[in-house]
Design a protein around this ligand. Structure first.
Ligand SMILES: C[S@@+](CC[C@H](N)C(=O)[O-])C[C@H]1O[C@@H](n2cnc3c(N)ncnc32)[C@H](O)[C@@H]1O
Length: 268
């Protein structure tokens, strides 16, 4: 089978399975199988797949048709211009979380920020990007041992100055820091049921929080006071009212869809 034939099969099968991104996905699957670039796939139509590669194509097509995330297939996700390794042990970094990075950089620039902590680090994307861009050591924690294994892999890949701690919430922080950032789990049980099938492959513990998705956010806001000068957190599409009712709120930023998404708190 040639690349041309393989692309045709992949596009047809993905289209039939109602995968909206069928064209893009077909190219990504092919380049993953061949371990080549997009340009190679698009310019070498007559290149022949060997038998092993053909089997691999059908295996990946079956997965993608069941909406298995493309990032878990390629094991790659770009976040703020950095490429991260991802698999089922961690949440796939989201573009809206880049807003949290921007707010953290703004606060760090103007406020003499030295010690930075990332709570619920997952793949390590926030901690690693902040450490690289601000040239600071960052401390990052997660309750999932498996997530921390992936985060360490990404830390080493980017030679970032990040130390990881296995812990629940803020309980490990012994002395006052300058900035705590977090993209916590904030989806309610009810909303989780209505999420797309792709998301259901991601760790449930990275997404769902009790009390209508607010339990972890409440923990962060309540306990951050006394532990940090600034707290920056991401929150859900319907949680803005709760965030606005909290003391010490400095600002809220909207994501590209115009939804309130990131809150900055300043504690005296
Ligand atoms: C929404 S994900 C964010 C992952 C990553 N920071 C990102 O932005 O892509 C939330 C992370 O918080 C972790 N988590 C959940 N409950 C936690 C807890 N009680 N204490 C610490 N981390 C927790 C999950 O394991 C998950 O990695």
């Amino acid at each position: 089978m040639t690349v041309r034939e393989a692309l045709k099969i992949a596009i047809n099968e993905l289209k039939e399975a109602n995968i909206g991104t069928y064209g893009n996905d077909a190219v990504i699957l092919l380049k993953t199988i061949l371990n080549k670039s997009d340009v190679f796939v698009l310019t070498n139509s007559d290149y022949k797949l060997n038998q092993e590669q053909e089997h691999y194509l059908f295996k990946l097509l079956e997965k993608r048709k069941k909406r298995y995330p493309i990032a878990y297939i390629t094991h790659k996700k770009e976040f703020y211009g950095f490429e991260f390794f991802v698999d089922e042990r961690v949440l796939i970094p989201r573009p809206e979380t880049e807003l949290l990075i921007e707010e953290a950089i703004n606060i760090a620039k103007d406020n003499n920020i030295d010690t930075i902590v990332d709570i619920g680090t997952g793949s390590g994307c926030i901690a690693i990007v902040l450490s690289k861009l601000l040239n600071k050591r960052v401390f990052a924690s997660d309750i999932s041992r498996e997530a921390l294994t992936v985060a360490r892999l990404n830390r080493d890949k980017h030679t970032a100055k990040v130390d990881f701690v296995l812990s629940n919430g803020l309980e490990w922080i012994g002395k006052r820091v300058d900035l705590i950032v977090s993209n916590p789990p904030y989806v309610s049980e009810k909303d989780y049921e209505n999420l797309s099938d792709d998301v259901k492959y991601e760790p449930k513990g990275a997404l769902i929080a009790e009390e209508d998705g607010l339990s972890f956010i409440k923990h962060l806001i309540t306990h951050a006071q006394g532990l940090t000068r600034y707290l920056i957190l991401e929150f859900g599409y319907d949680q803005s009212q709760f965030i606005k009712s909290q003391r010490n709120l400095l600002k809220i930023s909207k994501d590209l869809s115009g939804i309130d998404r990131v809150a900055v708190f300043r504690f005296s």
